[in-house]
Design a protein around this ligand. Sequence first.
Ligand code: RTP
Ligand code: MG
Length: 137
Amino acid sequence: MTQRTLVLLKPDAVRRGLIGEIIGRIERKADWRIAALELRELDRGTLETHYGEHEGKPFYEPLVQFMSSGPVVAMIVEGERVIEGVRQLAGPTDPIAAAPGSIRGDFGVIVRENLIHASDSEESAEREVKIFFPGRD
Ligand code: RTP
Ligand code: MG
């Protein structure tokens, strides 16, 4: 089942020089392809749309601040079962709970600064691709 997913390398990953490391893990998966890729700063409107499901939660405002604290890498990744697959590569939200070998488990400590976002369902992927790459939906 070929899918596409929206992946963000968060500002902590970019600041720490982990772009190549993380993209390398994604690229090495058989038959997955990077279909779009851009380094960019996110404005508040984009983040409010993207993280709308979390509005009102205690971590929402600090999350939006963090995500606008520096450039991110936005990507569309395509391939076999890529939605579940990138979530597996990333590991659980809390990096301390994430197993070694996962991106968050290998490089993260803080829940907010967990290096990577990946769409969590087909519906989220379609919605998020439209937000970040409106010409590619
Ligand atoms: P993401 O959406 O970024 O791929 O991460 P996720 O599905 O694993 O986590 P989600 O529950 O959607 O939360 C979105 C992001 O908000 C930050 N967060 N901080 N308690 C906290 O301080 C807290 N909880 C979540 C994380 O950056 C998380 O990835
Ligand atoms: Mg999420």
